[in-house]
Design a protein around this ligand. Structure first.
Ligand code: GRF
Length: 191
C-alpha cells in the first residue's frame, strides 16, 4: 500500500484471452482505493497482454521455465491481493504461502461441481450440458495447492435451458464472471 492504495496483481494463463482481467481492471480503475500493480503473463504474444497494454497496465512477462516459481514470486512481491484469471496451472505453494489467504481464482461453474484437473474452458460447459444441469454459474474462491478446492467466496447462477449449447452456457457464465469477480474482490478488500 505504498500510495495508500491496495495493490492488486492479476495473473493470466498462456491461452490468455483476458476478458476477466479487463473487467477487473476497468472496475478497479473506477475505485479510489484499489490499483492494478501488475498483469503477469507467461508470454507476450497473447490477447490478454495486448489488452493490458492498451489499458496502460504494467505487464510482467514471466515465462514458464527455470526458476519459474522464484521469478513469479518476485513479480508478485508487491501485491496485496492476487487474482488468477485464466491461469491453468497449479499455483506455486511458495507464492501461496507468501500471500496466505490473498490469492483468488474464478472458475466457470458452481464448485464443487465441475471442478478439478482438466476442468477448464469449454470442457466445463460441455460437461454441464452433458449432465443435463438446469443451472450453472461461476465461483470465486481462495486458491490452494489443489485445483478448484479452496473456500468459496462468491457464486453467481444462471439458468441452463434444455436447448442451450455449451457455447451458449459459456456466454451466460462469462457475463456473470465479469461482475462477480470484482464484487468479491471489493468485498474482501473492504474487510
Ligand atoms: C474464465 O472462464 C475463468 O473462469 C477461467 O478461465 C477463463 C478465463 O477467461 N478460470 P478470460 O481469459 O478471462 O476471458
Amino acid at each position: 500500500m505504498a500510495n495508500g492504495k491496495t495493490r492488486i496483481a492479476i495473473v493470466v494463463g498462456g491461452k490468455g484471452r483476458g476478458s476477466n482481467m479487463r473487467a477487473l481492471a476497468e472496475r478497479i480503475a473506477e475505485t479510489q482505493d484499489l490499483e492494478v500493480v501488475a498483469v503477469v503473463a507467461p508470454k507476450a504474444d497473447i490477447p490478454a497482454v495486448e489488452t493490458a497494454s492498451s489499458l496502460n497496465l504494467p505487464v510482467r512477462v514471466v515465462p514458464v521455465g527455470d526458476d519459474y516459481h522464484s521469478r513469479l514470486a518476485e513479480a508478485l512481491a508487491d501485491a496485496d491481493w492476487i487474482c488468477l484469471a485464466g491461469y491453468l496451472r497449479l499455483f506455486p505453494t511458495s507464492v501461496l504461502e507468501a500471500h496466505a489467504g490473498r490469492v483468488l481464482n474464478i472458475h466457470p461453474a458452481l464448485l464443487p461441481k465441475f471442478g478439478g484437473k482438466g476442468m477448464f474452458g469449454m470442457h466445463v460447459h460441455e460437461a454441464v450440458v452433458a449432465a443435463g444441469e438446469r443451472e450453472s454459474g461461476c465461483t470465486v474462491h481462495f486458491v490452494t495447492e489443489h485445483y478448484d478446492e479452496g473456500a468459496v467466496i462468491a457464486q453467481a447462477r444462471c439458468e441452463v435451458l434444455p436447448s442451450d449449447s455449451a457455447e451458449k452456457v459459456a456466454a451466460k457464465v462469462l457475463k456473470l464472471e465479469h461482475e462477480t469477480y470484482f464484487a468479491a474482490l471489493r468485498r474482501l478488500t473492504q474487510g
